[in-house]
Write a protein of this length. Structure first.
Length: 280
């Protein structure tokens, strides 16, 4: 019998209707990705709606909250009054961190461990000023390996480029990386150490929570209020929640840092409840 060309496998055309190929042929709907501006507007609307749901009638002023907690702790005059501040940290923004000298300290101050990246004359000045660890780039491995456990790290301007590539990712999330904005990159190492002497450091955790023992229960109400106002002024200054910072942000090309909002402030004690504050 004659052989037809259609029986030749080279002339046969393969057809398939598998689900995979059919799915590829179908046009996929485009997913609309909102812009950053639209996403920010949506976040603001959600925040406004959430704020409306909060029952602010249960909030107290600082003075009333102190009165309640002192009544709860009447049998424990040596217990501490604790202040909690919740900040809204944005992506790419360092955790809030600062120093404060309270009018009346609530607890014994712990000694700061100071590490200074400096060489030559500035290194000698840092040692005389009381720095615990002083040296050049040779200290980098010790910082990464946690051999040098420092609570404050300073650096001279001529060494900052040498330490940033390796230490930026290590110290940045901890809020310890020297920066010009915070004043920890400076030629006046001795002057900086002199200024921070007698002050205590406060620092938010990774989620933006700040905890500070603010007073003892046997303090007078006036001393408690002075400590609270003093500490809150330091937090607002660092997070940009001051009138001066707001005016600076209104100016074009001012280079002002973005504000870190304070969403919640509470007072508590060892046996007492956490009381949300109205007048912070």
């Amino acid at each position: 019998m004659p052989t037809y060309c259609c029986q030749n496998p080279f002339f046969q055309r393969q057809f398939t209707t598998t689900q995979i190929l059919l799915a590829k042929r179908q046009k996929q709907p485009k997913i609309r990705v909102p812009s950053k501006k639209a996403a920010a507007a949506k976040a603001r609307r959600k925040a406004v709606l959430a704020a409306k749901k909060i029952d602010r009638s249960e909030f107290l002023s600082f003075a009333d909250a102190i009165a309640v907690l002192r009544a709860v702790e009447v049998a424990s005059p040596n217990s501490t009054l604790d202040l909690y501040v919740k900040t809204e940290i944005k992506n790419g923004v360092a955790v809030p961190k600062g120093r404060v000298n309270l009018p009346r300290e609530a607890k014994a101050m712990t000694e700061d461990k100071i590490l200074v990246f400096a060489e030559g004359r500035q290194a000698e000045e840092a040692k005389k000023a009381g720095a615990h660890f002083v040296g050049g780039p040779e200290l980098i491995d010790g910082v990464i390996n946690n051999r040098f456990k420092a609570t404050t790290i300073l650096c001279t301007p001529d060494l900052i480029r040498a330490i940033t590539p390796r230490l930026g990712r290590v110290l940045g999330p901890l809020g310890l990386m020297p920066s010009e904005r915070r004043g920890t990159v400076t030629d006046d190492i001795a002057g900086y150490l002199q200024r921070i002497r007698g002050t205590s450091e406060w620092r938010a955790d990774k989620t933006g929570n700040i905890h500070m023992p603010i007073a003892m229960m046997h303090f007078t109400i006036e001393d408690m209020m002075k400590n609270i106002r003093h500490f809150m002024a330091s937090v607002k200054r660092v997070t940009g929640n001051t009138k001066e910072a707001e005016d600076s942000r209104k100016l074009k090309n001012s280079g002002a840092k973005p504000v870190t909002n304070i969403s919640k402030v509470l007072l508590s004690s060892r046996q007492g409840p956490g009381i949300q504050i109205l007048d912070y």
